[in-house]
Design a protein around this ligand. Structure first.
Ligand code: HEG
Length: 142
């Protein structure tokens, strides 16, 4: 997976057009993950899963912050996420399919916020980005 110059431009344009900071979208994405794919909740038995749960919001913010750092290091996503890739593979043992499920939820949240800006090219750029992040997060499983 390679991000070309146009993909990079579209990702940066999305970030600057978001009316909320990117980190604030994480809670919404994670909340959707738990509703649409309830099996993902098994990784968080210690979380309060009630509506508006602070656990979910804080976790979503952490995830989005990490994604934000990957967005700031598009040439070195692996470096930006390396400690998290270890954590998810060796300690948390998150099944790799779950990264794609979370990416789908981020797509929905981005579409809600970006509306017309979230056209096919922008959607593709984000999809490539999430695929690259997912690859990085899963490579330690091999
Ligand atoms: Mg993970 C913790 C990032 C997908 C399950 N995740 C974390 C943390 C970050 C993070 C930054 C906090 C680490 C720390 O406190 O040191 N997660 C992250 C990213 C992505 C991702 C960037 C994908 C893009 N995580 C993910 C998925 C699952 C999962 C798909 C499972 C469905 N993460 C998970 C769990 C924890 C973290 C169980 C520990 C939560 C806790 O106990 O507080």
């Amino acid at each position: 997976m390679v991000l070309n110059a146009e993909d990079r431009r579209l990702l940066q344009a999305s970030i600057s057009k978001l009316d909320r900071r990117f980190e604030e979208l994480g809670g919404d994405a994670l909340c959707r993950l738990f509703i649409v794919y309830p099996q993902t909740k098994t990784y968080f038995p210690h979380f309060n899963m009630g509506a508006g749960s602070k656990d979910v919001l804080h976790q979503g913010e952490k995830v989005a912050k990490a994604l934000g750092s990957a967005l700031n290091h598009l040439d070195d996503i692996r470096g930006a996420l390396s400690h998290l890739s270890d954590l998810h593979a060796y300690n948390l043992r998150v099944d790799p399919v779950n990264f794609r499920l979370l990416a789908k939820c981020f797509h929905v949240v981005l579409a809600i916020h970006l509306r017309a800006e979230y056209n096919a090219c922008t959607c593709l750029a984000w999809d490539k980005f999430f695929e690259m992040v997912g690859e990085t997060m899963c490579e330690k499983y091999r």
